[in-house]
Structures are given as structure tokens and as C-alpha cells.
Write a protein that binds this ligand. Structure first.
Ligand code: BGC
Length: 767
């Protein structure tokens, strides 16, 4: 340690005393932690304004500069104790190296917090989050996040910029791939699961990493689906749709949030006091810290609310952004702003406290280094590969499975001698299977569909013909004849089409959401051979595949499945497991329908009133809709097939009436149930969904809202009663007075297999 000055020695002793005050307690936001708080206060009391501002500075190791900075500046900042966090450092030797600089070189020895976009796995890459969400399996999501935490923490990366909990209703928006789809209830459940998985029972566990719920807030509502674009969201919709997954993450104890790029109702999200301070910190009692998105503080100048860097820094810190990612405006300007009285010292101290609290909670002061940098070999770990395969299997959504020759086309028969043609540019595209944000994932870790099918063919004596057909986004048809011949020579065709991994994710909005390049033409030619076709679709967003839905007997939505893509697909295609995924986004028929989402309002001129009530016999012409397309999606939210079938009894409710007053007091709950039976010949897991609609309320409520779900595994012929319960949380909404309450009115309840089906039961909500 560099303790050349006597002040340094005294401080070193003080810190040692703080550090030895016992086991680092769990980080429990909302409840505080006296032990951590006293350590934070002791340290804060020693810090200069410059050191405080430095703790709020985060730079990317890859670029090691904010605009206008030289590479060596970052090193200087570290040694001078003026850099709180680094992102994009991925190996233990690097994290340990930087940590050594600050622990041995800086005055106060405050460890660096290393952050990274560990989005769906660190080295073991799981399905993209949109695919994972299709499992509707919170426990699975938690396990994948846990694994990601174990792998990234092994390299000293103790903070991930995940989960992305932005609600997405627009398939043009590329980042729809990173979230849990369009529904706030499901999104909230999965947000909690990610936080539990990353953070574990205690952040103090060396294998726990701090989570970051992002992007606060409304980022997914970008106008036109165009990345980074403006959003206009009413406060009611903000509170009812976009904020709940963030609230859920905060309630689960998420350590950090990220402020978004977009402007929201005219205010850039990284300088928005309403969302960052009033809602997040004051109403919700969030005690972690807010990091800006990449250069988003600097970007408030481009949004037009600051003319210079100092003003951008002032507006962001006053609004509630605690850490500056890559804008390099906090570290240079905050000390002067505080000295000039433009930023209260108390606000600066609050931001620093929040950052230090997370560092203490992670145990970084006690264990700043990765103890055994050589220990981890995450790639080949059989348990994580098994988890990756299970996650992929659960993420697949079977959209079509028509009968061919008297039986559903899937699962395929593995009879020896059966001839299978594997066609398409995604059949053997290892890198694409990783999807966007693949962190330390490697194409070499992926088993492709082709590799897995070849192995299966060898094992079972199948005859496999392979043709690429075309490129993902090409126009060259030279490969078509070979593909058509392979199809003609086969008994069944498996056609692997879709997007490449870079067609979704950040800055990858699409104005067209059909199959890229000439893949649709390849599809048509292969289908025209008359051979049965299984279309395996890879993509990071829902694709508008109207033609395929009418002409292809089996369609499996595979998303980007991760390292175990091939084995999971082959097991699913041959029925070793069943596809169990359900859509978490509506799949549009045409681009003109977006934004499209199931939990919409009804309009005064609906085409079909969803519950056959209250429609004023609308004129058949002057009704909501398009003259050239239906209103409904091609595949609705919650839908998906399996290899068996289920029946539902009528929905039952525990009472005909329930009191709003009792609900609001938390004293009443409504029991809801239905019997679900497996009516097919195979075991299967059904995702049983609970929907509500409220009528007679002070503001219009959506035609349906998801308020519960359960995954139920049933043997053939088995039936089970599935119970739900509705209380204040499920039945309240932001009413005409902007109060979150249950109101008198009518409640309709469905226990159903998706958002369009089921029989409703009616309950009166009395005063
Ligand atoms: C993205 C964030 C990400 C950050 C750091 C930004 O461009 O919007 O989601 O966490 O970069 O890589």
C-alpha cells in the first residue's frame, strides 16, 4: 500500500477498523443496514469533494476515455481514487489488475466496482431474454441468472446491467429481444426472478452480483419503434404498465437501476426528477443507486435541455442519477458545482453513500480481488450446459402443428431410414445462436441444429440431406435448386430460417419485420415441393409470417436459443421433450398493426366486444380497424401449442360479490379456480393463465389483464384443480383521481390457455 503520508497512515488504520467490524451483512434496500451505513459514514467523512465526485464516475475499460480524454487519464483517475467503476472488464486478471491500482495506489483504497452487460449468461449463453420469458418459468429464469452470476463473479465482475425490464409492444424495436415482452404482470414476476438469481440471498456472497433494472423508464415505447426515440406516455399508463416491473425489481431488493436514453413526455430520462426522485427514491424508498445509460447525461445537451457539460451534470445529479456512465461530466464538474452552491452537498453525499453502500454490501472492501483467478472454467461445465439445454427447450413456442397424413407433423418419427432435409441459412450458424449481448459466449461453445441432427441421424440411422439454400439477408437464388432437390429427396423438411443475431438488440430497429433477404422465396419454393415442412424460426423479435402460417404445417419459434440450440431443438423435434413455451408478445400479421398488445382498451367502436357486453351495435363500417388487415394478431399473447391437449372447466369464483373497501384495506381476496385436464396421449405442461377485466370503473380498463399464471404438469388423462387468488394488488389501478385503488364495478375473470380463450365468471365489486 502506498502510505507515504501520515494522513494516509491514520486513514488506513481507520479503514482497517471499519473493515474488521464483522461479517458484511446482506444488502436489504428499503430496510437499510446499520452496519453498512456506519462504515459508509466513516469513509464519507474522509473524502474530498473530488474523491466523492470520482466515486460517481464510471468509464469503459475498452475505451478508457470519456470524450476528450486520453487512455492514460483513466489510469490516473484510478490511482488518484477518482474512478468509482469500470465497465467492460471481463477477466479476473484484468479486474485484479485494476483493483490493485486503486487498492495500493489511491489514498482511500476504495475498491472499483466492475460492471458488465451479462444479459443472458456470461460464458454459458442461455436463450435471449425474450425467449427465456416464453418459458413463463420464474424458477428457471432465476437459475440462469444464478449461473450467470457465478460465472461473472468468478472473474471479478460483481455487477450486471440486467435485467432489462422495459415493456415492449412494438416488434420493430430491436431491444424487444432483451426483455420479457409486453405484459407488466409477467414482466414483474420475471424481473423479481432475475434479481433473486443475480443477487442471491445476500450480496455479500462472493458469487452474488448486483443487478441493474433498466432502462428507467419507458424506453420500449420509442415512437415508430425507432431506437432511442422520443416517448410520450400518459402518467396513468406509465404507472400502470411501464413502472410495475421496476417496482417489482425494487421490492425484490435490486441494488441498482439505469436511467434511460429516451425523453419521456419531453423530459430526458437521465434528467427526470419525477421518475428518478419522486417515484423511485421517495415513493418506492429505493436505497441503491442509479447509473446513467452510456453517455446519456451528456446526451441531455442533444435533447436540448443543457447547453454545456456542467449544466448536463447538474441537471442529472439533481434529478437523481447517482453514477455517470461514460459521459465524464460528474468527475470534472461536480466539485465546482457544489462549491458554487448549484448542487447541494447533501445530494452529492447521498449519491456517494448509495454507491458505497452497494460496494460495502458486495463485500468489496473486505475481498476486493478474485481469490483464485485461474479456477474458473465455465464453458464446459456439464450442469450449466444441462441448464442451458433445459432453458432452450422451455423457450420454444410451437405456433403451428397441423396434421399431415392423419397425425400432427411434430414430433417427427425417428424411424431408421427416414429421410430428412435440413435446409436454410440458420441451420449451422453457430454465432447467431448466441443472440445479441453474448458477453463472453463463443460461437465455438454452440452446438448447432445441423451438428445435433447429424449426431441424431448417425445414432438412429436417419438419412440427412443438407442444403443452405440462401444467405440470411442475401438476394442470390443460386442455392435454391439444391435446396429444392434436397426437399424432393426427403420425407420431411426442417427449414431453419430467420434473422441474424445483429438484426435485433440495441440500435437494430427494423421498419420491416418479415423474413430478411429472399428467405420467404426459398420458403415458398421448398413448400411447393409438397413435402411436409417444419419451419424452425430464429429471431430476436416476433416476425410477421402470415404466408408461412397458412402454408407451413409446423412452425417452431426458436428465438436465439444459446449454446445448447441444437440438442434442445433435436430433442424437441423428435419428441424427447415437448415444446412448452407461450408467447409473451403478440405476433403481428403485418407491420402496420404495431404497436399491438393484448391488454388494450376496447374503443367505443370495437370490431368484436371481447366479452360480448356493452357494445352499442356498432355500424359495420364505422368500426375500429384497417380496411386491408384484421385487428387481431397472427398469434396472440399467451398462446403456444404442445404435443398434447388440455381442456378447461368453466372458471369458478369463490364469491359473487366483494367489497372495494375491504379490498383496499387488504382484508379481502377472491378465490378463482378451474379444473385443467390433459386430454391427449402424452404428458405435458400447461401454462394456466388468469385474466381479469374491470368494467364500470372511473377510467376505462383493458379488455384483459394477466393477473396470475401457473405451470401445471399433467400425465395423459390426469386432471387438476388450479387455484388463484385476487386481492388489492391485482384489482387496483390508477383511477380518475390518480389513486391506486380498487373501485366498485364489475369484475370478469377467466382461467384460460391464452388471452383470447376461456369462459368468464362475473363478480360484483361493491363499495
Ligand atoms: C445500453 C445499455 C448497456 C450500456 C452499457 C448502452 O448502450 O443501452 O443497456 O447496459 O450500453 O454497455
Amino acid at each position: 500500500m502506498n502510505r507515504s503520508s501520515s494522513a494516509g497512515i491514520i486513514l488506513g488504520i481507520a479503514l482497517a477498523a471499519v473493515a474488521s467490524s464483522g461479517e458484511t451483512p446482506a444488502f436489504v434496500p428499503g430496510q437499510g443496514s446499520p452496519q453498512i451505513d456506519s462504515r459508509v459514514d466513516a469513509l464519507l467523512g474522509q473524502m474530498t469533494l473530488e474523491e466523492k465526485a470520482g466515486q460517481l464516475d464510471q468509464l469503459s475499460a475498452g475505451e478508457l476515455t470519456g470524450p476528450g480524454k486520453a487512455v492514460t487519464d483513466a489510469d490516473n483517475l484510478i490511482k488518484r481514487g477518482l474512478l468509482g467503476s469500470l465497465l467492460n472488464v471481463t477477466t479476473a486478471s484484468e479486474t485484479n489488475g485494476y483493483q490493485k491500482e486503486v487498492m495500493e495506489g489511491s489514498r482511500l483504497h476504495i475498491p472499483i466496482l466492475f460492471g458488465l452487460d451479462v444479459i443472458h449468461g456470461f460464458r454459458t449463453i442461455f436463450p435471449i431474454p425474450l425467449g427465456l420469458s416464453s418459458s413463463w418459468d420464474a424458477e428457471l429464469v432465476e437459475q440462469t441468472a444464478r449461473r450467470a452470476a457465478v460465472e461473472s463473479s468468478s472473474q471479478g465482475v460483481r455487477w450486471t446491467f440486467s435485467p432489462m425490464v422495459d415493456i415492449a409492444r412494438d416488434a420493430r424495436w430491436g431491444r424487444i429481444t432483451e426483455g420479457a415482452g409486453e405484459d407488466p404482470f409477467l414482466g414483474s414476476m420475471l424481473a423479481r426472478a432475475y434479481v433473486r438469481g443475480y443477487q442471491g440471498a445476500s450480496l455479500a456472497d462472493p458469487a452474488a452480483i448486483a443487478a441493474c433494472a433498466k432502462h428507467f423508464v419507458g424506453y420500449g415505447a420509442a415512437e415508430g419503434g425507432r431506437e432511442y426515440n422520443t416517448t410520450e406516455i400518459s402518467v396513468r399508463t406509465l404507472r400502470g404498465v411501464y413502472l410495475p416491473p421496476f417496482k417489482a425489481a425494487v421490492d425484490e431488493g435490486v441494488a441498482t437501476l439505469m436511467s434511460a436514453f429516451n425523453s419521456l413526455n419531453g423530459v430526458p430520462s437521465s434528467a427526470n426528477p419525477f421518475t428518478l426522485t419522486q417515484v423511485l427514491k421517495n415513493e418506492w424508498g429505493f436505497e441503491g443507486f442509479v447509473v446513467s445509460d452510456w453517455t446519456s447525461i451528456r446526451e441531455v445537451m442533444l435533447h436540448g435541455i443543457a447547453d454545456d457539460e456542467a449544466t448536463a451534470a447538474r441537471k442529472a445529479i439533481l434529478a437523481g442519477v447517482d453514477m455517470d456512465m461514460q459521459s465524464s461530466v460528474y468527475e470534472p464538474y461536480l466539485p465546482g458545482l457544489v462549491r458554487a452552491g448549484s448542487v447541494p452537498l447533501a445530494r452529492l453525499d447521498d449519491a456517494v453513500r448509495r454507491v458505497l453502500r452497494v460496494k460495502f454490501a458486495l463485500g468489496l472492501f473486505d475481498r476486493p480481488y478474485v481469490a483464485d483467478p485461474g479456477a474458473a472454467n465455465p464453458a464446459g461445465d456439464p450442469t450449466s450446459r444441462a441448464l442451458a439445454r433445459r432453458a432452450a427447450e422451455e423457450s420454444f413456442v410451437l405456433l403451428e402443428n397441423s396434421e399431415v397424413g392423419g397425425a400432427p407433423l411434430l414430433p417427427l418419427s425417428p424411424a431408421p431410414g427416414r429421410r430428412i432435409a435440413l435446409i436454410g441459412p440458420l441451420a449451422d450458424s453457430a454465432g447467431d445462436m448466441l443472440g445479441s449481448w453474448s458477453c463472453e459466449g463463443r460461437a465455438g461453445d454452440v452446438v448447432t441444429l445441423r451438428q445435433a441432427l447429424e449426431e441424431r441421424a448417425r445414432r438412429d440411422g436417419l438419412v440427412l440431406g443438407v442444403a443452405r439454400g440462401t444467405d440470411i439477408s442475401g438476394s442470390d437464388e443460386a442455392g435454391f435448386p439444391e435446396a429444392v432437390k434436397a426437399a424432393r429427396d426427403a420425407d420431411v423438411v426442417v427449414l431453419a430460417l430467420g434473422e441474424n443475431r445483429h438484426s435485433s438488440g440495441e440500435a437494430s430497429a427494423r421498419a420491416n419485420i418479415d423474413l430478411p433477404g429472399n428467405q420467404e422465396r426459398l420458403l415458398e419454393q421448398v413448400v411447393s415441393t409438397g413435402k411436409p415442412v417444419v419451419l424452425v424460426l430464429f429471431s430476436g423479435r416476433p416476425l410477421a409470417i402470415s404466408w408461412a402460417s397458412q402454408h407451413v404445417p409446423a412452425i417452431l419459434m426458436a428465438w436465439f436459443p444459446g449454446v445448447e440450440a441444437g440438442p434442445a431443438l433435436v430433442r424437441t423435434l423428435f419428441g424427447d421433450c415437448s415444446p412448452e413455451g407461450r408467447l409473451t408478445v403478440s405476433v403481428p400479421r403485418a407491420i402496420g398493426q404495431v404497436p399491438i398488445y393484448y391488454n388494450c382498451l376496447n374503443t367505443g367502436r370495437p370490431r368484436v366486444d371481447p366479452i360480448g357486453l356493452g357494445s352499442a351495435k356498432p355500424d359495420p363500417y364505422y368500426i375500429t380497424g384497417y380496411i386491408d388487415e384484421k385487428n387481431t394478431p397472427l398469434y396472440p399473447f399467451g398462446s403456444g401449442r404442445g404435443y398434447t391437449s388440455f381442456s378447461y372447466s368453466p372458471t369458478r369464483v369463490g364469491a359473487d360479490a366483494i367489497s372495494a373497501r375491504e379490498l383496499n384495506a387488504g382484508r379481502a381476496r377472491l378465490a378463482v379456480s378451474a379444473d385443467i385436464a390433459n386430454t391427449g396421449a402424452r404428458e405435458g405442461t400447461e401454462t394456466v393463465q388468469l385474466y381479469i377485466r374491470l368494467r364500470g370503473t372511473s377510467v376505462a380498463r383493458p379488455v384483459r389483464e394477466l393477473k396470475g399464471f401457473q405451470r401445471v404438469k399433467l400425465a395423459p388423462g390426469e386432471s387438476r384443480r388450479v387455484d388463484f387468488s385476487l386481492g388489492r394488488d391485482e384489482l387496483s389501478f390508477w383511477n380518475i383521481d390518480m389513486k391506486d385503488v380498487a373501485e366498485a364495478g364489475s369484475l370478469y375473470v377467466w382461467v384460460a390457455p391464452d388471452c383470447t380463450q376461456g369462459t368468464s365468471a362475473r363478480v360484483s365489486i361493491t363499495d
